[in-house]
Design a protein around this ligand. Structure first.
Ligand code: AMP
Length: 280
C-alpha cells in the first residue's frame, strides 16, 4: 500500500496503478470504522485498484462545528486500510488540498441542500461537493464509493456527477451498524456511556416508522409523529429534524410511497448524530 501526501506523488502513483485496470476511490475523513471499511470492500469488488483518501475538509465545517477536535488517528487508519487490501492512500494536508487558500469557485448544491441536514448546516454541502469534485479531478477514478449513512450527501454527489458530467460511477453502500443498531460514525467516539444509550433512540425510531409503514400506514404526518414520539419516549435526545422524503429529490412526500427515506438528526449531549432508513 502506497501512502502519498502531495499531488505530485499522487500523480506518480496513479500513473503506475492505472495500468492495472479500473480504479475505485473511497473518500473519507479518517478515524475509520467498519462502515468505512465496507466501502473499501465494495471498492475492491468494483475495480482492480482501490484508492482511499483521508482528509478532514475544513470547507464543510461550520464555525461552531468540530473541525479542530474531529478525531484523527492516521496510523491506525493506515493499518486498517492495509489489512483490507487498499492499494493507494491519499492523505494531504489542508495546504496541499487548497494551495492558494479557500477556493473562490465552489460547487453550489442547489435546492436539494435546503432539506434535511442542509437546513441546519449552511455551507456544509457546498464544502462537501467542492472537495469531492477536487478529489475526482485529482484522482480521476472510474468508480467512487459512498455510504448511505450520509444519505443527503450521497444523493447530492450522484446529482453533481449527473448534472456536471463528472464521468464517475457512484456506488452506494448500506449503513453499517453496531450490534444494537447504532449507525457507526467517527463521531460516536464523543459519546459518554449515557449518551451512547440515548443515541439508540435514532435507530429505534427508524425501526418504529418502518414497522408502521409495513403495517400499511402511508400518511406522512402520522409516520413522522411516530418518529418524533419514539425519539421522545426513548429519552435524552434533542431532535433536530425528522422527515420522510423522496429518495431522489429529498422533498417531503405525502402520502408516502415505497422507497421513501425516513431521516433524522438529533443531539446526544453536544454530539450531532444522523440516521436514515428506506421504507419498503
Ligand atoms: P466520513 O469519514 O464520515 O466523511 O465518511 C466517509 C464515507 O464513509 C462516507 O461515504 C460515509 O457515508 C461513509 N460511512 C460513514 N459511516 C458509515 C456507516 N456506518 N455505514 C456506511 N457508510 C458509512
Amino acid at each position: 500500500m502506497r501512502v502519498v501526501r502531495t499531488r505530485a506523488d499522487l500523480q506518480r502513483a496513479l500513473a503506475e496503478l492505472r495500468a492495472g485496470g479500473a480504479l475505485a476511490l473511497v473518500p473519507t475523513m479518517g478515524f475509520l470504522h467498519e462502515g468505512h471499511l465496507a466501502l473499501v470492500d465494495e471498492a475492491g469488488r468494483r475495480a482492480e485498484t482501490v484508492a482511499a483518501s483521508i482528509f478532514v475538509n475544513p470547507l464543510q465545517f461550520g464555525p461552531e462545528e468540530d473541525f479542530e477536535s474531529y478525531p484523527r488517528d492516521e496510523e491506525r487508519d493506515l493499518e486498517l486500510l492495509r489489512q483490507r487490501g487498499t492499494h493507494l492512500v491519499f492523505s494531504p494536508s489542508v495546504e496541499e488540498m487548497y494551495p492558494v487558500g479557500p477556493p473562490r469557485v465552489t460547487v453550489d448544491p442547489g435546492p436539494m441542500a435546503e432539506h434535511l441536514c442542509g437546513r441546519f448546516r449552511p455551507g456544509h454541502f457546498g464544502g462537501v461537493l467542492t472537495v469531492v469534485a477536487k478529489l475526482f479531478g485529482l484522482v480521476r477514478p472510474d468508480v467512487a464509493v459512498f455510504g448511505r449513512k450520509d444519505y443527503q450527501q450521497l444523493v447530492l454527489i450522484r446529482r453533481m456527477v449527473a448534472d456536471l458530467e463528472a464521468g464517475v460511477e457512484i456506488v452506494p453502500v448500506r449503513i453499517v451498524r453496531e450490534p444494537d443498531g447504532l449507525a457507526m460514525s467517527s463521531r460516536n467516539t464523543y459519546l459518554s456511556a449515557a449518551e451512547r444509550e440515548q443515541a439508540l433512540g435514532l435507530s429505534r425510531a427508524l425501526g418504529a416508522v418502518a414497522d408502521a409503514f409495513e403495517a400499511g400506514e402511508r400518511d406522512a404526518s402520522l409516520l413522522r409523529d411516530r418518529l418524533v414520539a419514539t425519539v421522545a419516549a426513548h429519552g435524552g435526545l434533542e431532535l433536530q429534524y425528522a422527515e420522510i422524503v423522496d429518495p431522489d429529490t429529498l422533498e417531503a412526500v405525502d402520502p408516502v410511497p415505497a422507497g421513501s427515506v425516513a431521516a433524522l438528526a438529533a443531539f446526544a449531549g453536544a454530539t450531532r448524530l444522523i440516521d436514515n432508513r428506506v421504507l419498503a
